[in-house]
Design a binder for this molecule. Sequence first.
Ligand SMILES: [Zn+2]
Length: 93
Amino acid sequence: MERKYKFVSNRVLKNKAEEEKGKMRVLVKAGTDVATVYYTCPECGFSERLDTGWERPFALRCSKCDFNMKLPKLKDEMKREKNKEKKKRREMA
Ligand SMILES: [Zn+2]
């Protein structure tokens, strides 16, 4: 498998009424801290693609209505990161 991205995520986003009306796709290229984000705002339905700095926890404001969209963490993703760190530590030892 080609390791082009260090982080890829597809999430459903909830609006203030807890309805799953939006989505967010995040791609972070390997070796960079630039996140390419495709989103549909769950509040106003606005969608766009943009590049922004990658950080955790990841959140983004809708360009149109300023709704704060947070990227929810998945348990298995956290596990995967932990394993990676363990591996890194082992390699350094
Ligand atoms: Zn919006």
